[in-house]
Design a protein around this ligand. Structure first.
Ligand SMILES: Cc1ncc(COP(=O)(O)O)c(C=O)c1O
Length: 458
């Protein structure tokens, strides 16, 4: 009989100690960080689920490739490895390296968008939205209704609402829509996948209106694995074949290699359009670097070249998706409200369901994230009213699982902490803002518990 336990498909060769703190320590540390977990020193966190971005463990093959890094300013051999690896999967004509995903976004939107334009997406990630708004364009989310209801189970909750896309294109006209984006998987909407059928439909509409389709491809391998498991006709295809098919429906992509690139830094921008590529490379030289390194070291390019292929290995993806679901299933069966079904890279607690006594304007997600830290030294992140202000349709707390970093016993500990907080949820209080930046305010916001005197920050 095949074993039912899905084990970590690796052995551990190098360990990094983590540090315990007491509850009294954490109360002091949290107050010093003004209730914003971004402002905590990482050494004071026991289990860090703030993000899966750049926090993964590299493989022996990646470390070996790092040493092969060619640090030549122009024409580096490592760029050839990087481009060839990307080419095998994505297949776009131009590959432009960037230091991370948002640099690719900034370049793409600076070149393609102008004031008053509209960019539809299933759900824009925070940096994507901010970069679109920064050039004066409007970022519009067109997620299917099922994707907006945390408890509704649907195999592809990241799908775009096809009718809404059609009607938006008719209403505003293709001249105002320089591109359509699809985020795979949909991070801000629960790490939920987009189906191949939806990708095909979105692509057909885009082609009909002669609007290019770009993927926000950060978690393309996880999305491909969900398609394999859930969509008829894909069971016998490899994740790589599925990824190749996805990208054939588009005209380019932005990518943060800190996710399914399995690297600690890096990203890229791809396009099939020669004119755009020229403009993008000019801008790249101005702010990121020469087009064969784009703000990265040669060794980073090597690590990404290997990582992209490893992210598509089936044993890895089986373990990855199963271990995220393990966390989700163990808390939801005790009644904890989460975005269902569990996503690829993270579990999202539904803070409005968890803390119904705290209204959105008192940041229930931030309050819940603070309590998880106080209870067990776990760091998570709010994706809700603090992050998106009035655009927030949900208040979620994301527990993102770094790739190949934590074992099942770490996750069992996380389950215990969440269930303890769930038991005592009635005592959790809301918060108020004491400082906010003009954009991406969640990174630097300062807050205080309601009903407690606080010093105003200037
Ligand atoms: C869907 C999505 N798009 C874009 C980005 C931005 O990538 P980076 O953090 O590398 O700038 C992220 C990062 O978390 C993301 O999840």
């Amino acid at each position: 009989m095949p074993a039912r336990t899905i084990i970590e498909p690796f052995r551990i060769k190098s360990v990094e100690p983590i540090r315990w703190t007491t509850r009294a320590d954490r109360e002091r540390l949290l107050a010093a960080a003004d209730y914003n977990l971004f402002l905590l020193p990482a050494d004071d966190v026991l289990i860090d689920l703030l993000t899966d971005s750049g926090t993964g463990a590299m493989s022996t093959h990646q470390w070996a490739a790092l040493v092969e890094g060619d640090e030549s300013y122009a024409g580096s051999r490592s760029f050839d490895h990087f481009r060839d690896s990307i080419d095998q999967i994505f297949g776009y004509r131009h590959v432009i390296p960037t230091h991370q995903g948002r640099a690719a976004e900034r370049i793409l939107f600076s070149v393609m968008c102008k004031k008053g334009d509209v960019v539809p997406n299933n759900t824009h990630f925070d940096t994507t939205r901010a970069n679109i708004e920064f050039v004066g364009a409007n970022a519009i989310d067109l997620l299917i209704e099922e994707g907006k209801q945390p408890s509704t189970v649907h195999p592809f909750k990241g799908n775009m609402d096809i009718e809404a896309l059609e009607s938006l294109l008719r209403r505003v006209g293709r001249d105002k829509v320089p591109l359509v984006m699809l985020t795979i998987t949909n991070n801000s909407g629960g790490g939920q996948p987009v189906s191949m059928e939806n990708i095909r439909q979105v692509s057909a509409i885009c082609r009909q209106h002669r609007v290019p389709l770009y993927f926000d491809a950060c978690r393309f391998a996880e999305n491909a694995y969900f398609i394999k498991g859930r969509e008829p006709g894909y069971q016998s295809k490899s994740p790589k074949q599925i990824a190749q098919e996805i990208f054939r429906y588009g005209d380019g992509c932005t990518m943060s290699a800190k996710k399914d690139g399995m690297a600690n830094i890096g990203g890229f921008l791809c396009t099939n359009d020669d004119t755009l590529a020229r403009q993008e490379k000019d801008l790249l030289i101005l702010t990121e670097g020469y087009p064969t390194y784009g703000g990265l070291a040669g060794r980073d390019l090597e690590a990404i070249a290997v990582g992209l292929q490893e992210a598509l290995e089936e044993d890895y993806l089986r373990y990855r998706i199963a271990s995220t679901a393990y966390l989700g299933d163990h808390i939801s069966r005790e009644g904890v409200p989460i975005v269902q079904p569990p996503g690829g890279h993270a579990i999202y607690l539904d803070a409005r369901g968890f803390l119904p006594h705290i209204p959105p304007e008192q940041f229930p997600g931030v309050a819940l994230a603070a309590e998880l830290y106080l209870e067990g030294g776990i760091r998570s992140v709010e994706i809700g009213t603090l992050m998106f202000a009035a655009a927030a349709t949900m208040d979620l707390v994301r527990l993102a699982i770094p790739r190949r970093v934590y074992t099942q016993s770490h996750i069992d500990y996380v389950v215990e902490v969440i269930l303890e907080v769930w038991k005592n949820r009635d005592h959790i209080r809301g918060l108020q803002l004491t400082y906010e930046a003009p954009f991406l305010r969640h990174f630097t916001a300062r807050l205080a518990p309601l009903g407690v005197a606080f010093a105003q920050h200037t």
